[in-house]
Design a protein around this ligand. Structure first.
Ligand SMILES: [Zn+2]
Ligand SMILES: [Zn+2]
Length: 65
């Protein structure tokens, strides 16, 4: 199961860039069963993740344009 970040919508195959460490993001928390996680860029979302909120903040961009 590919996990999607609830903060930015990145996933295992489309990691975003973590400027803080100048490397692709990594998972701070990940739930493989649900296919969701919080990546290292979105540490601000970790608090609500820990509170049980699994809502993806940004709609996943499916617009082909
Ligand atoms: Zn993220
Ligand atoms: Zn990311």
């Amino acid at each position: 199961m590919i996990a999607i970040c609830i903060g930015c919508g990145c996933d295992d195959l489309h990691a975003c860039w973590d400027d803080a460490v100048e490397a692709p993001c990594t998972w701070l928390a990940v739930d493989r069963a649900e296919g969701l996680g919080v990546c290292s860029v979105c540490h601000g979302h970790l608090e609500r993740w820990n509170a049980g909120d699994r809502q993806i903040a940004l709609p996943i961009n499916t617009n082909p344009a």
